[in-house]
Ligand binder design. Structure first.
Ligand code: SAH
Length: 386
């Protein structure tokens, strides 16, 4: 998917922990980091795409058509996620360093993929783990569980969490890696909330239990020129009708921290253990203060997740100041180039909601204004992540 293009050549240099949070960030070796693998991104999934369990059971029979609607059946996407050490190591550390959360507990792994989180939990002494996976990868997970001698502890169930029957009335822990681009793309959070409402015991644990969306603003003339203005004249022809479309699609890419012009604001925090499905639609105000004189071409959204039930708070950020992850950041280009002076503020609101026709897509409405010395602008823009 083209969304995997690299924004910046030195994207894997900006590994400093985000100073704005107290979360402990993982510090694995640089050369272990998952580089853009060219594999169709997490966002390649279409509606129903994550759950095509009816497709061919014989691996050799699968064609690209199967993967088009079921990208999680292919190992490539799992390779990308597993090699994202910020992501996978954080889950591993949370489980291994907080065995009291897992030991002798019944665990439900929502969207188990290769079964990695279930294996971590089994190793940490879980009484039993139910690993639910709707894609063809469930067959591999079964084999992996067996190959590693955990068949008596881990039960892999192939099917949608919304459709399977769990052989236990309640679970003590729900673990899931459900986060999509812009946190909410793909809307897998709904499946986790469904499982929580149906099976989690009172006082049970959801891992992770907090997720926050943040916003900042960047200078990005070169890339905006390349991705947006490009359509103005393509081999001498006016293709600017495509430019309007390109503007509406947030770009998933890695932003260099040197491009950041303003401070960063928390847009929304979600408490996965308490929230309802409707809370994933929201309108949040923001105020971004320029930290230097510069131009602003785009707003950038990113998220962090945390595991507050740990003995010591653990989690990770996908922000431009943190070590790169496969989620990168989400860039929303502005119609206007804002000329901003240090201390001036961009104020506005961002509204986020699942698309009505396809709830895996996200509609974003952005209102922003700047009443500065050089720029006086107030505008509304609509974006659609698909
Ligand atoms: N837990 C694995 C995979 C995470 S990716 C890991 O951490 O590496 C999310 C996985 O959830 C995908 O494999 C996808 O096929 C699966 N999934 C998404 N929605 C699901 C649903 N409703 N029911 C079951 N599995 C689902």
């Amino acid at each position: 998917m083209t969304k995997n293009s690299n924004h910046n050549e030195n994207e894997f240099i900006s590994f400093e922990p985000n100073q704005n949070t107290k979360i402990r960030f993982e510090d694995a070796d640089e050369d272990e980091v998952a580089e853009g693998s060219g594999v169709a991104g997490v966002g390649a999934a279409q509606d129903e795409s994550m759950c095509d369990a009816e497709a061919s059971d014989v691996a050799d029979d699968t064609t690209s058509a199967d993967y088009y609607f079921d990208s999680y059946s292919h190992f490539g996407i799992h390779e990308e996620m597993l090699k994202d050490v910020v992501r996978t190591k954080t889950y591993q550390n949370v489980i291994y360093q907080n065995k009291f959360l897992i030991k002798d507990k019944i665990v439900l792994d929502v969207g188990a993929g290769t079964g990695i989180l279930s294996l971590f939990c089994a190793k940490a002494g879980a009484a039993h783990v139910y690993a639910v996976e709707c894609s063809q990868m469930a067959d591999m997970a079964k084999e992996i569980v067996k190959a590693n001698g955990f068949s008596d502890v881990i039960t892999v169930l192939k099917g949608k969490i919304e459709e399977i029957e769990l052989p236990t009335p309640k679970v003590d822990v729900i673990i899931s890696e459900w986060m999509g681009y812009f946190l909410l793309f793909e809307n897998m959070l709904d499946s986790v909330l469904y499982a929580r409402n149906k099976w989690l015991v009172d006082g049970g644990v959801v891992l992770p239990d907090k997720a926050s969306l943040h916003l900042t603003a960047i200078e990005d003339s070169e890339y905006k020129e390349d991705k947006i203005e490009f359509w103005n004249s393509v081999y001498g022809f006016d293709m600017s009708c495509i430019k309007k479309k390109a503007m509406m699609e947030p770009l998933v890419d890695t932003v260099d921290q040197n491009q950041i012009v303003t401070d960063s604001r928390l847009l929304k925090t979600m408490d996965i253990s308490k929230m309802s499905s409707g809370d994933a639609s929201f309108t949040a105000p923001f105020k971004l203060v320029a930290q230097r004189n510069d131009y602003i071409h785009a707003l950038v959204a990113y998220f962090d997740v945390s595991f507050t039930m740990c003995h010591k708070l653990q989690g990770f950020s996908t922000g431009p100041k943190s070590r790169a992850t496969h989620w990168k950041q989400t860039v929303l280009y502005l119609e206007d180039v804002l000329t901003i002076c240090e201390g001036e503020t961009i104020t506005g609101t961002m509204s986020v909601s699942p698309n009505k026709k396809n709830p895996r897509d996200i509609d974003i409405k952005l209102l922003y204004s700047l009443n500065g010395q050089h720029s006086k602008i107030s505008r509304t823009q609509h974006y659609k992540m698909r």
